[in-house]
Design a protein around this ligand. Structure first.
Ligand SMILES: C[S@@+](CC[C@H](N)C(=O)[O-])C[C@H]1O[C@@H](n2cnc3c(N)ncnc32)[C@H](O)[C@@H]1O
Length: 422
């Protein structure tokens, strides 16, 4: 009994120390995925908890800072600030027992050497105050999006929507599954995906080993539903990795060619296809240089983008991006769209999708395509479960994290279906 308890405490420490390393790596510009690769020594369970803790701390960063500010005589050193942020998140958001959280935080400070030792008394006193600050915490706003993202969101949809998106970012994301055919674990959503609570252990779910379903956000799953592939149709997935949409295309019985510029990421598509018993032709290379032997019936272009629609899952993104890459990404998207249209047979359809909240990578991109290509029309999106309020003026699909608040939200996506004239 005693031994078990000791092991459990050590596990707790390892996860907290891991979370602090993740937070430090994010401050240095790494994504959580990149940072997690550095924590090889941790067990999968510890790493999963470390990631959960780090994600929670990142989602509430500025709100925790606002609560802490009046409690601090001076700005703490970065390593102490991370301990305070993490422990405060555990107290205020994750509802962990104050005694344990404060003790562990103090222990971690002491373990940091001289400066940490010196700060441990302050950390103890501040965290005790934090533990009794639930009311002040409830009065604080969710973390705002950075200006480069907030400004275009407010310009397009207004401040109330921006705030609702920020609340959705703070709330995080549930686990969504797409069924190969038939059913998957979880609650069936109106659009056909299946939803489970966030933190559900994937490998323990029924049907995982058999490849009966895969993890895919409900919004991400809409692009292929809108393309509506038919058995035997010749379809290319031009930016395929890691492959959720390739799996959907293959499961529909289409003749699929999946490309990606990254050979290593394309390896993930191969693994996913194998696990699910599905097949597609895989090509590592630049989609801009690729031409099929004959024109295609359909193309899915899930283009590289700012990924600002996925902040619920990647809360580090606002910290490590500054928006400077967006113009280059939008230019690449335009080139990819032009090339894709050139590969389509007359009457063929192109679904253009980005997991972005920026009109520059969505609505504006669509206007520019229509101006450049008189031979193209917008096919109003049609698929099960789409609500009228999700459609843009042009009949494209504009999904945002603040939609479906009662169901747990969805990622942000822009999806348009273009038809090339006969
Ligand atoms: C948004 S992700 C695609 C996600 C994928 N469709 C899915 O559902 O799993 C964009 C992908 O485009 C790839 N990419 C970027 N530029 C490319 C290019 N010029 N040609 C082909 N792939 C490219 C990236 O390597 C990345 O894997």
């Amino acid at each position: 009994m005693h031994l078990d308890k000791t092991r459990k405490n050590q596990r707790g420490d390892a996860a907290r120390l891991g979370a602090l390393k993740l937070l430090a790596a994010v401050e240095d510009g790494a994504t959580l995925d990149e940072a997690a690769d550095l924590l090889e020594e941790m067990s999968p369970a510890e790493l999963a908890r470390a990631r959960r803790l780090a994600r929670a701390a990142l989602r509430h960063g500025s709100r925790v800072d606002a609560l802490l500010a009046p409690m601090l005589a001076r700005r703490p050193r970065p390593e102490i600030r991370r301990v305070l942020r993490l422990a405060s998140t555990e107290l205020l958001v994750l509802g962990e027992a104050p005694h344990g959280v404060v003790n562990e935080a103090v222990k971690i400070c002491r373990g940091l050497g001289g400066k940490g030792q010196a700060a441990s008394g302050m950390v103890n006193a501040v965290l005790r105050k934090v533990a009794s600050s639930a009311e002040a915490w409830a009065g604080l706003q969710p973390q705002p999006m950075p200006d480069w993202l907030r400004a275009p969101v407010v310009a397009r949809w207004g401040d109330d929507v921006a705030r609702a998106i920020e609340a959705a970012h703070e709330a995080g994301a549930p686990l969504d599954l797409t069924a190969k055919s038939g059913t998957a674990p979880g609650e069936k959503l109106p659009t056909g995906s299946f939803r489970l609570p966030s933190g559900t252990q994937i490998s323990a779910l029924e049907g995982y080993a058999d490849g009966n379903w895969w993890v895919q956000d409900a919004a991400a799953a809409m692009a292929v539903r809108i393309l509506d592939p038919k058995p035997g149709e010749r379809i290319a997935d031009l930016c395929a990795a890691p492959g959720g949409k390739t799996l959907q295309l293959a499961a529909a019985g289409a003749d699929v060619t999946a490309l990606d510029i990254s050979e290593s990421r394309l390896g993930r598509v191969a693994e996913n296809l194998e696990r699910c018993g599905l097949s597609a032709r895989l090509i590592a290379g630049d989609a801009l240089d690729w031409r099929p032997d004959a024109p295609l019936d359909g193309i899915l272009l899930d283009a590289p983008c700012s990924a600002t629609g996925t902040i619920r899952r990647h809360p580090e993104l606002p910290l490590i991006r500054d928006g400077s890459a967006v113009a280059g990404l939008a230019a690449l998207q335009s080139k990819l769209i032009d090339h894709a249209l050139d590969l389509l047979s007359p009457g063929g359809r192109l679904v253009f999708a980005t997991c972005s909240l920026l009109p520059q990578e969505g609505e504006d991109q669509l206007e520019a395509v229509l101006a450049r290509h008189p031979e193209v029309t917008v096919e109003p999106v049609r698929a099960e479960g789409i609500e009228p309020g999700w459609l843009s003026e042009r009949g494209a699909l504009r999904l945002r994290p603040d939609l479906w608040p009662e169901r747990g939200g969805m990622d942000g996506f822009f999806i348009a279906c273009l038809r090339k004239s006969d």
